[in-house]
Design a binder for this molecule. Sequence first.
Ligand code: GZL
Ligand code: ZN
Length: 291
Amino acid sequence: SQVGAESDWRTANTESMKSTFSEENGYELIFDDAQQKQENQLTAIRNFIQQEVDYILLAPVTETGWDTVLQEAKDADIPVIIVDRMVDVSDDSLYTTWIGTDSLLEGRKAAEWLNAYTTAKGIDAKDVNIVDIQGTIGSTAQIGRSKGLEEGVDNYGWNLLAQQSGEFTQAKGQEVMESFLKSYDDIDVVICENDNEAFGAIDAIKAAGKTCGPEGDIIVVSFDSVKAAFESMIAGDLNATFECNPLHGPRVAEIIQKLEKGEEVEKIQYVDEAYFDTSMDLEEILKTRAY
Ligand code: GZL
Ligand code: ZN
């Protein structure tokens, strides 16, 4: 059960699962789009249990509220593989394995990048005014990325003016940035907890008659590194994006193949990720990007 197509990242993640678990690859996939609602995911999981599926893959919209339904899957002897975001459960035997990305590390990398960038520009930390357009509140990605930024604020002494959820969507990201621009007349940095929020924030900045990117008034930093983020950096709007790899399908298939053979699998499996900024040869890198 997936969260819904709220972002380019999500579309790529879904595509990766659908192309991996295809009929020609020997699978029968029952796909549920929960439209970012946990109650829809709970219903989907109960339907999967009723259909006596062999495996349940869950991309949980937020971390809490899964113990009961995962216990029902366990009672039905159906292994559950958690993908992307994490579940916060009392007993981790309620899921077989988790595969995803380290959102806290992503957040920490972004804070380190911002410190290096502002220091290189000779901007004093106490003059760095930041707003944070958060992801879906309570999702692992939002928790990790916000925490990484907050640690940077504590370490470097930046001014964190405001934090508000943009729900990982472009529309909400634009709306939140519009309200920030009305509230604060000297925003130096906007941290967007995914690329789609950044696209909305950039539109809001321009509509307010301000500029952004390497040559602009406001530094824009985001997460995911989808193709459109490369185009935004090449256009001079976005400064940097921190990769979050959505291509989980092949890794999950590997895990299922091992489980089918009765082999043990690692409980926690991270996918690798990098970051990209306007100091790099982005046209070249873009040619290599799969999503
Ligand atoms: C990150 C993933 C997030 C992406 C967003 O692991 O959960 O959800 O960063 C997506 O683009 O909506
Ligand atoms: Zn300033």
